[in-house]
Design a protein around this ligand. Structure first.
Ligand SMILES: *Cc1c(COP(=O)(O)O)cnc(C)c1O
Length: 384
């Protein structure tokens, strides 16, 4: 059996090595490291893949979120509602811009922000909602967009973990994750589903005016050279990273299928186990649709019941099986984001999930014998 890894980027590189090496070499020989033609072509390719009018590449997924919020003109004191159970980047940029983060609970089966909790948290100061499409599956966007319309709020999708996923509306219509809200951000961090070989990110929107504003913000607030109309930032996608992404984008659907296939094998092995809660897919589709395209399994995260998660984690480590605990501490309990307004009774789901979740190895190169070894080891431990 090959050595187990949480993510196998070297194995994935072998399949695209020729094209990646050639395009990087060409950039080395032309020295077009910043704003080379590869950045523009990747932008067009991604617009075409997502069927979105505007992709604005930038330096990383955290910047993408910040720039989206700046582009919408959010002002200090505006309240922005987001999930308590996510990576800190989301709440960090809200706080950095002196907006007021309002953390709310998530749903136990999808791990995504709970539309009912959003509704309860809305005040006269609320200006935006940031659903995070956690672990590779969209939040309940149909409900979120209708809440937003009712209260005149912006929706910023944090799509760092779900690029390539489809969202299926109740009427069967499909849209790509990140093209449903007013604006979306994504990350090309190497281990993300579409990762480059360094840092990278992008903002997506169908709104021409917002896209124009954002293109200036990423470039020091310049719309005409050396005229700074708004306060901007310097956030660019390197040419080399754009070339890597262009080489990988044509494989994204196949990469997502490989992840789904691995998830299906995990689920077949675990289905019916009374101590394992499987991730629920197809939130908006009819029923349990593990073979549909609504989940791209950035992580394969299960819940281990009866307080057995930590014991399992130790057992996996002893057997050299890598795992992740995403996330071990709810954001409302982080020192940087604690706020006396929060009550523990507001977060029953997140407070339970942090003790139950465990993410197993998930990548495009997982082999059957590796998956069987992992599932056998998990099931063996839970017998005791
Ligand atoms: C990775 C990630 C980010 C940040 O992306 P970077 O490119 O690392 O800045 C933001 N939000 C979520 C949910 C993420 O998973």
């Amino acid at each position: 059996m090959k050595k187990l890894q949480m993510v196998d980027l070297i194995g994935q590189y072998q399949g695209i090595k020729k094209q990646v090496d050639e395009s990087i070499n060409q950039i080395l020989n032309s020295a077009t490291f910043i704003n080379g033609p590869e950045v523009h072509s990747f932008q067009k390719e991604l617009e075409n893949y997502l069927q979105v009018k505007h992709v604005i590449p930038c330096a990383n997924g955290t910047d993408a979120l910040q720039i989206a919020m700046m582009g919408l003109g959010l002002q200090p004191g505006d309240e922005v509602i987001t999930a308590d159970f996510t990576f800190a980047a989301t709440v960090e940029v809200i706080a950095l811009l002196r907006l007021t983060p309002v953390l709310v609970d998530v749903e136990p089966d999808s791990f995504n922000i709970d539309p009912n909790a959003i509704e309860k948290a809305i005040t006269s100061k609320t200006k935006a909602i940031v659903p995070v499409h956690l672990f590779g599956q969209c939040a309940n966007m149909e409900a979120i967009m209708s809440i937003a319309a009712k209260h005149d709020l912006f929706v910023i999708e944090d799509n760092a973990q779900a690029i390539g996923a489809n969202y299926t509306y109740k009427n069967g219509k499909k849209k790509k994750a990140g093209t449903i809200g007013h604006v979306a951000s994504t990350s090309f961090f190497p281990s993300k589903n579409l990762g480059c070989y360094g840092d990278g990110g992008a903002i997506f929107t169908d709104d021409d005016e917002l896209a124009h504003t954002i293109r200036g913000i990423v470039n020091h607030g310049m719309y005409t050279r050396y005229h700074h109309d708004v306060v901007g930032v310097n956030s660019r996608l390197d040419t080399i990273q754009a070339a890597v992404l262009s080489a990988k984008l044509p494989h994204l659907d196949a990469y997502c299928s490989r992840r789904r296939e691995a998830a299906r094998k995990y689920m077949n092995a675990f289905r019916g186990h009374d101590l394992i809660v499987l991730p629920k897919t197809g939130i908006a589709c009819s029923g349990f649709c593990e073979d549909c395209d609504c989940h791209v399994f950035h992580q394969f995260t299960i819940r281990i019941m009866n307080d057995k998660r930590d014991g399992l984690a130790t057992h996996l480590a002893e057997n050299n099986i890598p795992f992740g605990i995403y996330y071990p501490i709810p954001l409302h309990k982080q020192k940087a984001y604690a706020d006396p307004r929060y009550r523990e009774s507001d977060f029953p789901v997140t407070n339970a999930l942090i003790n139950e979740v465990i993410s197993l190895p998930m990548h495009t190169e997982l082999e059957d014998d590796q998956i069987s070894f992992i599932t056998d080891t998990v099931i063996q431990f839970l017998k005791n």
